[in-house]
Design a protein around this ligand. Sequence first.
Ligand code: FE2
Ligand code: FE2
Length: 294
Amino acid sequence: MTTPQLRPTRDWIAHFRRNRAVLLTIPWDLGAELTDAERAAIARSIQAFQLGESSEGRNLMRYARAWAARSGDVDYVEAIRLLIAEEQRHARDLGRFMELNGIACIQHRWTDSVFRALRNLLGTLEISIGVLVTAEIIAKVYYAALREASESTTLRRICDQILRDEVRHVEFQTEQLARLRLGRAPLLLRATLALQQFLFVGATLLVAWSHRPTLARGGFGFRRFWGACRSEFARDFFGRVEPLNLAGRPFAEPLKRSARRLELRGVPEATSCGPSAPLASCGRVGRPPTDRRP
Ligand SMILES: [Fe+2]
Ligand SMILES: [Fe+2]
C-alpha cells in the first residue's frame, strides 16, 4: 500500500478552479423526464439530499479562517470557499431538476438538522469536516444508486458530475483530517478513529433506512449499500491518508487489513462504489473532455 503525501492546499485551489472549467453539460432542454413511478420512488430522497447540499457553509468558513490563522495555511480559506461553491452547485442542479419534474424543494428535514448540529457540536474544524466527509463518502454510493434509479438522462448527468466532484472532496477532506491529527497521542487518536467509525455506521444505517425506496430502485439493497459504503470508507479513511497517522500503531492493524483486502480484490481507487459495482460504470470518471457545459 502506498502512503500518499498530503498535497499542499494551493494544489486543491488549482483543482477546484480547473474543475469549474470542465463541467459536464446537463441536458436541461430534455425537460421533465421522470415517470410517475420514478418520481414516487425518488422524490422524498432527492429532496433530502438537495437540502443537504445547500448549506451556506458559514460555520465551516469560520473554522477554516481560524485554522488558517493558527497554522499559517492561508490558502485553506479559499479552498474551503471553492468546496462550498461546488456543494451549492450540486444543490442548484438538483433543485432545477426537481423543479422541472414537479418535486418541491424543502427547507427542513430532521435528518438534515441532526447532521448540521453534529457538524457544529464542538465548534471545531476537525468535527465539522469529519462529519461532512462521512456524509460525502456515503453520498458517493447514494448518487451511484440515484443515477440508476430512473431512466432520466438529465438526472444521470447530474449524478455523474456530483460523483466526480465528491471523489475529490473526500480526498481533500481526508487529507486535511490527517493533517489535523498528525502527532496526536495514541490513545486520543484511537478514540478519534473509533468515534469516526461510530458516526459512519450510524449515518450509513440512517441513510440505508430513510432512502431505501431510491436505493432499492437503483439496485442497492441493504447488503450491497452497506458493503459499498464500508468499502469506500475503509479505502478513503484507512487505505489512503490515515496510514500517515497510523504507522506503528497496533490498534490500526485491523483497519489497515480491511483497506488492504480491498486492494487485493482489485478495487481501483476512486473508481468504485463497492466490490460489485465499479463507479466507472456509474460514469464517475473518464468522461470525454468534450462533454462540458458551455
Ligand atoms: Fe455535494
Ligand atoms: Fe462534497
